[in-house]
Design a protein around this ligand. Structure first.
Ligand SMILES: Nc1nc2c(ncn2[C@@H]2O[C@H](COP(=O)(O)OP(=O)(O)OP(=O)(O)O)[C@@H](O)[C@H]2O)c(=O)[nH]1
Ligand SMILES: [Mg+2]
Length: 698
């Protein structure tokens, strides 16, 4: 069956780690009739956590697509992981869905990852609902959780359902909009059924209904006027107003329940099916057209088909799965499409939807729907496929830059290529994981969001390809430069049998502004050195710049001028000038106060107020210069600093342990700065030791 655009709802499930997203989803699928029995995390058989690694660790690692139908409406759920290491998976879910369902633990209230995700949703003006789960557990407290949401997010959530009893006394929930009660099933493997509201809850329900009226009035000016005039809104107005207020992210509907005990799923599904925004009610996607100008395209079933690839999964058995969201038109078998990135054309064979790992063929995917196609070898995440005459590309997903860097090599040298291949494959599946070869340090460096993510990727490689990787803290790409003007002369002279070698150059070296790199000037008067030897001289300088005189690091920001020289009619050659030039450059820099340069990073740390002191004093211990701190909402402070890269090599791990996993950071390269004294001495010693070890290995 395929569903029309206005009968599709896409909902991202997100929230702090282990709040119960996957468990709730399992019971939603069960309540909605998509599966016949809900499984537990402990059994390792849930629909959403199907990856081997997810089963082994009992956590979600990747976003997974599931769906169910309520009458003639299809609800796609994307269940996102909670650990901050997998934030890329959450962001892709937010982007693909018109609304988000945020899970809050009824005992702990709003936790740190949720605050960070909320900010991300704010920046997208994304409609959101909150489900306060684990209401079955001791000390669960719905109103305290809602109050916490109010203080941390500065929005008052409106209860669509209220619990009957709490914690061990939980008896069920009441759907305030539809005026129905759902008693807690005898166990979590039974469905909820509707009944009348017990008389004792009449007052609580009326109070909640008034709150709904107030929130619904936010939906439009007319409703607000009516509400202010009459002090009340009728059922129809509540529904219409709340729908609008939600779509504009002005109201945050709240639900109570327990995933595990299947409490609150029926009312939630009913609400999503009837009230959550459909792809038609919003969902303009930014595009980049042929001229590179930014425009917006709304979801529209009437136009020719276009879709964006939201996620790539490379399955050991089924091969490449390209998950996509259809933005315009309809994707169906036999459609001729082009990959806008590389112009490659192909004819679609089949289109699918997914229920966790199970993929199901469907006749078509309408605009707004989320599904997948398989075996399309050239497709990558963020590609646009299009059946338009003038194809344009949708804007790629913006993800945080990976901050945790690790140098890697295969334990067995012969497996290096295979390891690299596996790493690049992992990087295709997860855009917050990157692989780079650093030519300066001659290392393959992988980058991710944290230790957990990187370990899981390496474990997978070990299990699937039987390759053991060795990891190290990456080397810092130090550089060298000079700090004053100097000069040198160098004569290369060799008499070997036949004809000899002769070249003489006189150089001036002077420091350049940081970041300029390299300059050369020919200041020769007359023809003491023929023009034809100049390229050889420049080559010599380049060679010498590869290994500086301080510790063998590349030399940058130096201007070299040749002021004089001498050649021999027979014995001079390009090679001889190259050698002389190399020598003169080295001699010149030795007397020009050479120094080491280290990379300095721009660092932004996001920490809770209570950790601020620790974070700041730790940063000064890392030779950091703090340039500012500002509150960014939800009790989180952003600290801006410049810190040497050498001090940040383990920062992802250290910051996490310093703040019990609550803080996060972003980092970008800023500039190179000189180092002297003890710090420089240590770097020089380490470089010498490294070169000795390298020489011994060869
Ligand atoms: N008592 C109780 N336990 C729950 C409830 N929901 C989840 N759990 C338990 O909490 C643990 C974590 O549940 P998950 O569903 O994996 O949580 P999650 O939010 O998907 O976790 P990540 O995706 O890894 O962030 C499991 O042991 C569940 O059985 C609930 O409503 N009540
Ligand atoms: Mg999960």
């Amino acid at each position: 069956m395929s569903f029309a655009t206005d009968h599709i709802k896409n909902v991202a499930l997100a929230g702090h780690g282990s709040t119960g997203k996957t468990t709730l989803l399992e019971h939603l699928l069960f309540q909605g009739g998509a599966i016949s029995k809900p499984e537990t995390i402990e059994s390792g058989k849930t629909v959403s956590d199907f990856g081997e690694d997810e089963i082994a660790r009992k956590i979600s690692v990747r976003s997974s697509l599931t769906h169910l139908s309520v009458r003639d409406t299809k609800i796609n759920f994307i269940d996102a992981p909670g650990s901050s290491d997998f934030v890329g998976e959450v962001i892709l879910a937010f982007r693909a869905c018109e609304s988000a369902l945020i899970l809050i633990d009824a005992k702990s209230g709003v936790q740190i990852e949720t605050i960070k995700l909320w900010r991300n949703l704010d920046s997208r003006s994304k409609p959101r609902m909150v489900f306060v789960t684990r209401m079955d557990e001791d000390r669960a407290n719905y109103s305290a959780a809602l109050e916490d949401i109010k203080t941390k997010f500065k929005v008052a959530p409106v209860p669509v359902t209220i619990p009957m009893g709490e914690g061990l006394e939980l008896k069920g929930v009441i759907d305030v909009i539809n005026q129905k009660a759902y008693l807690k099933p005898a166990n979590g493997e039974q469905k909820e059924t509707a009944s009348d509201i017990p008389a004792e809850y009449a007052d609580a329900v009326e109070e909640a209904r008034l709150q709904l009226c107030e929130a619904a009035a936010e939906g439009s000016d007319e409703l607000m006027e009516k509400y202010l005039d009459e002090g009340q809104l009728g059922q129809e107005d509540i529904v219409a107003g709340l729908r609008c207020a939600l779509a504009q992210a002005k109201a945050v509907p709240a639900f109570a329940g327990s995933g595990l005990k299947n409490v609150g799923t029926a009312a939630l599904l009913e609400f999503i099916a009837t009230m959550a925004p459909s792809p038609l009610s919003l969902g303009a996607e930014e595009i980049v057209d042929a001229d590179g100008a930014d425009q917006q395209v709304a979801v529209d079933p009437a136009k020719p088909a276009t879709a964006m690839i939201i996620k790539t999964q490379i399955d050991q058995f089924s091969g490449r799965l390209s998950f996509l969201k259809v933005i315009t038109g309809t994707l169906a078998p036999d459609l001729e499409i082009v990959n806008v990135r590389d112009g490659r054309k192909e004819r679609l064979s089949k289109v699918y939807t997914a229920q966790g790992k199970k993929i199901e063929e469907v006749p078509a995917l309408a605009a707004g729907d989320i599904g997948l196609i398989t075996k399309s070898a050239s497709l990558k995440t963020n590609d646009t496929i299009s059946a338009m005459d003038k194809p344009f590309a949708y804007k790629p997903l913006k993800l945080p830059t990976p901050v945790h860097l690790i140098a890697i090599s295969a334990a067995n040298k012969k497996e290096e290529d295979k390891l690299n291949e596996m790493l690049y494959k992992a990087a295709e599946e997860d855009l917050t994981f990157q692989v780079n070869f650093n030519a300066e340090t001659k290392e393959t460096v992988i980058a991710g969001m944290g230790e957990l993510q990187i370990n899981m990727i390496l474990d997978k490689i070990k299990n699937q390809a039987k390759i053991v990787a060795e990891t190290r803290i990456p080397r810092v790409a130090y550089r060298e430069t000079i700090t004053k003007k100097s000069g040198a002369e160098y004569t290369h002279k060799k008499q070997t049998g036949g004809h000899g070698q002769y070249a003489r150059v006189v150089f001036e070296v002077e420091p350049l502004e940081r970041g300029t790199g390299y300059q050369f000037e020919n200041k020769l008067f007359g023809q003491s050195v023929s023009r034809g030897f100049i390229p050889g001289i420049e080559k010599g300088i380049h060679q010498a710049m590869e290994n500086g005189v301080v510790a063998g690091y590349p030399v940058v920001d130096v201007k070299t001028s040749i002021t004089d020289g001498k050649e021999h009619p027979v014995d001079s050659s390009e090679m001889a000038f190259k050698i002389a030039s190399r020598g003169a450059f080295r001699e010149g820099t030795k007397t020009a106060n050479p120094v080491l340069l280290e990379p300095i990073m721009d660092l932004r740390v996001f920490a809770e107020e209570k950790n601020l002191g620790d974070v700041m004093s730790d940063l000064s211990g890392r030779r950091g210069r703090i340039s500012g701190q500002n509150p960014i909402g939800g009790g989180i402070i952003e600290v801006d600093a410049q810190v040497p890269q050498a001090e940040l090599l383990r920062y992802a791990i250290d910051l996490r342990s310093m703040t019990s996993g609550t803080a996060s950071f972003e980092v970008d390269f800023s500039h190179y700065a000189p180092i002297t004294g003890k710090i420089a001495e240590d770097v020089i010693k380490a470089a010498q030791a490294f070169r000795t070890a390298e020489a011994e290995e060869e």
